[in-house]
Design a protein around this ligand. Structure first.
Ligand SMILES: *Cc1c(COP(=O)(O)O)cnc(C)c1O
Length: 360
């Protein structure tokens, strides 16, 4: 067996320990004589799996009792519609557009009401986070929406926007569980798990209880109503059971590592290694303003498309995979999520140094 260092933005690297455990339990999950994949979602064994997963997530994120944790499907993209359908009571919402995902979310919300783009960083290819300390938040806005970590561009909100009392909704797909958060600052936090937590197919939504109501936009499908899933503890219909099981294992792994403060330190150490190299490199250059740099997604370029392509090809041959930047920005991007070991970033930097020497 040989594993590569996988810098994919998502689906992405998972802790090896978790994968091994899942492999060990593949044919016979703890004496049940079956795989979790084959198991009824109403079984005792699965009930324990989902309840433990929720309890561990609550502990990791310090989620207050007045927030529900929902395990949903449809990807983060389905939330782009589910959010306005459930939360746009006044049919007005403010969006801060810091990348393609926020832009898509805003475009989807437009189908259901009035969307105000109150800030954007599109003028500079989303390479920074706009100043959000005093934005023209709409008086009748139902919520203010952000994408907290911009997977494609490698920016991160280091400070949440001043929403002037409006509820904050955040897509945290690519920074989920990468550092401690204060859940009380949000009405809704959600993310697809395939970036930093588990296999594609699960979306976790953490939503304040008072926002879960039957008062949704007319025509909202049962499956797209938060209340449906909240009332049924995420078991209204068959949930993505195997995915939830793997997420649960990752939560336990994170707890074992020491929780989110420790994970944050680890992530900072990893990111620093790469950013410090980029800042002094004569060949490679980071594309994001230093103060808004993500700890998770690190885009960089040589400034020469052919050299970029050569780098990506040779890196792959050296066991460093999926370093190609998003098709909308080009260049390279190293996603260094929680499960990427420090040694992986060391190997990348060593390879970049070598490539720099050979291609000056
Ligand atoms: C990947 C990603 C999405 C889209 O996720 P899907 O699960 O593919 O719909 C949305 N937002 C962010 C921040 C992402 O990184």
């Amino acid at each position: 067996m040989s594993r590569v260092y996988n810098f994919s933005a998502g689906p992405a690297v998972l802790p090896e320990e978790v994968l091994k455990e899942a492999a060990d339990e593949m044919l016979d999950y703890r004496g049940t004589g079956m795989s979790v994949m084959e198991m009824s979602h109403r079984s005792k064994a699965f009930e324990t799996i989902i309840n433990e997963a929720e309890a561990d997530l609550r502990e990791l994120m310090n989620i207050p009792d007045n927030y529900k944790v929902l395990f949903l499907q449809g990807g983060a993209s389905q939330q782009f519609a589910m959010i306005p359908m459930n939360l746009m009571k006044n049919k007005v919402a403010d969006y801060i557009v810091t990348g393609q995902w926020a832009k898509k979310a805003a475009a989807e919300a437009k189908k259901y009401g009035k969307v105000n783009i109150i800030a954007s960083s599109e003028d500079k290819t989303f390479s920074y986070i706009p100043d959000c300390s005093d934005l023209p938040v709409s008086e009748d806005a139902d919520y203010v929406y952000i994408c907290e970590n911009n997977t494609i561009y490698g920016t991160k909100f280091k400070k949440l926007p001043n929403t002037k009392g409006k509820m904050l909704v955040a897509d945290v797909s690519s920074c989920f569980l990468s550092e401690p958060v204060d859940v009380t600052k949000y009405g809704l936090i959600y993310g697809g798990v395939q970036k930093n937590i588990g296999p594609a197919g699960v979306v976790i939504a953490i939503i304040r209880e008072d926002l879960i109501t039957e008062d949704v936009l007319p025509g909202t499908p049962t499956m797209l109503t938060y209340k449906t899933h909240a009332d049924a503890d995420s078991l209204y219909n068959t949930p993505p059971a195997y995915g939830i099981y793997i997420c649960g294992k990752v939560f336990k792994w994170l707890k074992k590592m020491g929780g989110l403060s420790v994970i944050k330190e680890r992530n900072e150490k990893k990111a620093k290694l790469l950013y410090d190299f980029l800042d002094q490199s004569s060949l490679f250059k980071g594309t994001v303003v230093p103060e808004d740099r993500s700890l998770m997604n690190v885009p960089f370029v040589t400034g020469d498309k052919e050299l970029d392509a050569k780098f990506i090809k040779e890196a792959k041959e050296a066991g460093l995979e999926n370093l190609k930047g998003h098709r909308s920005v080009g260049g390279m991007r190293a996603s260094i999520y929680n499960a990427m070991p420090y040694e992986g970033v060391e190997a990348l930097v060593a390879f970049m140094k070598k490539f720099e020497k050979e291609n000056q």
